[in-house]
Write a protein that binds this ligand. Sequence first.
Ligand SMILES: Nc1nc2c(c(=O)[nH]1)N[C@H]1C(S)=C(S)[C@@H](COP(=O)(O)OP(=O)(O)OC[C@H]3O[C@@H](n4cnc5c(=O)[nH]c(N)nc54)[C@H](O)[C@@H]3O)O[C@H]1N2
Ligand SMILES: Nc1nc2c(c(=O)[nH]1)N[C@H]1C(S)=C(S)[C@@H](COP(=O)(O)OP(=O)(O)OC[C@H]3O[C@@H](n4cnc5c(=O)[nH]c(N)nc54)[C@H](O)[C@@H]3O)O[C@H]1N2
Ligand SMILES: [Mo]
Length: 701
Amino acid sequence: MPEPLRIIKTACPHDCPDACSILAHVQGDRLLRVEGSPHNPYTRGSLCRKVAHYEERVYSPDRVLYPLRRIGAKGEGKWERISWDAAIQEITTRWKGIIAEYGPEAVLPYSYAGTMGMVNMLACEGRLWNRMGASHLLRTICSSAATEGYRLVYGPMGGMDPEDFANSSLIIAWGINLSSTNVHLMPFVREAQAKGALFVVIDPFCTRTASAADRHIAVKPGTDAALALGLMHVLFAEGLHDEAFLEAHSVGWKELRNRCLQYTPQRVEEITGVEAETIVWLARACAERTTAIRLGYGLSRTAKGGGMVRAIACLPAVLGAWGKPGSGILLSASSHFPLRYAALLRPDLQVEPDSQSSVHWGRKRPRAINMNRIGAALLQENNPPVKSLYVFNCNPAAVAPHSGKVRQGLLREDLFTVVHEQMMTDTAQLADIVLPATTQMECLDLLTSYGHLYLNLCTPAIPPLGEARANIDVMNQLAHAMGYTEDAFQQDAEAIIRAALQSSSPIMQGVTYEALQQHGFMRLNVPSPYRPGADGHFPTPSGKVEFYSERAAHKGYDPLPNYEPPEESAAANPALAAQYPVNLLSPAAHHFLNSSFANIPSLQKGEKEPRIWIHPQDAEERGIEEGDWLRVWNQRGEVRLRAVLSRKVQPGVAWSPSLWWQKHSPQGSNVNALTSDSLTDMGGGSTFHTNLVQFERLDAS
Ligand SMILES: Nc1nc2c(c(=O)[nH]1)N[C@H]1C(S)=C(S)[C@@H](COP(=O)(O)OP(=O)(O)OC[C@H]3O[C@@H](n4cnc5c(=O)[nH]c(N)nc54)[C@H](O)[C@@H]3O)O[C@H]1N2
Ligand SMILES: Nc1nc2c(c(=O)[nH]1)N[C@H]1C(S)=C(S)[C@@H](COP(=O)(O)OP(=O)(O)OC[C@H]3O[C@@H](n4cnc5c(=O)[nH]c(N)nc54)[C@H](O)[C@@H]3O)O[C@H]1N2
Ligand SMILES: [Mo]
């Protein structure tokens, strides 16, 4: 008798705004297939290309199934299998030695959002490391610039309900490639379009999303703040602003109006490459229609990315759009979820560094290390040096900028690196100890979302493969072996989820562990559609929308939104641009999720090869033809990419969907060999898209 088929309600915790509800089909211990849950009103039963065949990832030959200890040279790929007990013993013995000699800050946890589970991401970022007094990682690689820019204007206010986009008559996807990175919003865009809405995409590249839009506005990279100020110039000049709203609910709108005087459509055309007529047209359309802006994190990964987001974020307020049907802006929904975050992170476990060891570094709090500067930190920090790195939920060798430095740092003989991973990634390859991690099909977790208003419970569908363990279980074991006896380290995933759900907020009313188990997902207890900002209150210090910001002035920023060119651009550094004349963008690939899925053969087939889109004019100047292999380089490094000649990209701009693993890339380098580890204007964010390069045919030199 074959074992009966079971269907388990679970969800996708990968780093994506859509956080889909999933039905997992299981027979015995085997995951047969997954399908989107038809019951979730936002994700509506469909799954993206990447997750639709999740069984390929779960049973990938790259899965790490047992703890491994390095036996060859670093990076050589020679391992011996060891037991979990031996691994935990070895790691904690090394840590105790390092802590005795250098203090706990010589240990650095390094993680991002491989899973976005509240337990296996968030709880694992706090607890153990707080108790240890380890160095604190600033998790800035993705959203910190955008978050800071947005919050200067609105404070921590969640954006529009994505389901309300169906009620818009103008939708602007600004610096976001919805058809690849937020696919479940597209049906709502289509629904609006069917009712007569206009769909506009603002992106330097004609993406899949732009190809499906009514209008594509090809802005020059890094200039969107000027475009936003130009649009507001037209709104103010033509009296299309909502003066009653601005008077009652904002600070500094007249100062903003004065600032916008400098941004005439003609001047903005010169800066952005967008025709003055288009700017006037779009401003008027925004005023005439109910306008929803879906603002991407993508565009904020530029040197002035925080300022760009800040300027764009002002638009719906100038229009008086908040609280009206189908109107407003959505950058992130995260702030809508009022969980008890302290129950996850446990900041109360924090100890002062001094009390931990004889080594005194003169600080009250553990030192902070920006994750974008991991290469520099590994090579240069000496107060104390980073002696041990514990990596989970992240693949820094492939995803962090200026990867030449990152690799050099990871190759340090005296660095003790532990990588807890599902796959033998580029980073795991460089570890001293690799620990096997469960996938979401094998462990329990709770999910919020940065793109919608539903909580999901990830329920394990199958037992862990091999000896894989969930992050939280490993953290607890490490804590015990370190001799930490606090109750926190006795809590398993379920106990932590229950604690996080104990919120007094009315928005969480009825959302219990049992209810989540029963339904799989639950909407926050808010009206449908939910219209934040409708009460005219904004969670800033003044309670109003802040165009003029004292907080910004206090931090040393311009108190008003403004446009500045990135330092690494033709406008600011013509000498550098003469040497490296092309701005290379390396945004999300359709078939990969950052570097996740980039080892799955069927998805590699979709992405074909590491490629670069260049304009025919740039190709002709260099004698390049379609399909040629190119050498692409700058002062930071060099990569090989296959040329695609296309007018989808502007002259002087190139586009390379990311990220391939280093080990699958020609000469072992992906685009991050070229990207810069300098930080954004605010938020300490990454600047992947501010990246001047030169290229030639591979056989040209
Ligand atoms: N398929 C897929 N989905 C993903 C991901 C993935 O890797 N693959 N990654 C996930 C993660 S971690 C995140 S943070 C999100 C990111 O999702 P998005 O916010 O969509 O980020 P990107 O694709 O990096 O960039 C979006 C667009 O910004 C454009 N862009 C670059 N510079 C500028 C600029 O100066 N101005 C303007 N207007 N546009 C600019 C790029 O051309 C690109 O088309 O997606 C998530 N979803
Ligand atoms: N050039 C360029 N670089 C970029 C970007 C870009 O647009 N261009 N995008 C940037 C952005 S937006 C982001 S968010 C970062 C993302 O960078 P990362 O956070 O490193 O994301 P991934 O590459 O998806 O790698 C996540 C890893 O976590 C592992 N993992 C998943 N679940 C678990 C788990 O439960 N436990 C453990 N231990 N491991 C798990 C996966 O197998 C995977 O190897 O990359 C950044 N890098
Ligand atoms: Mo991200």
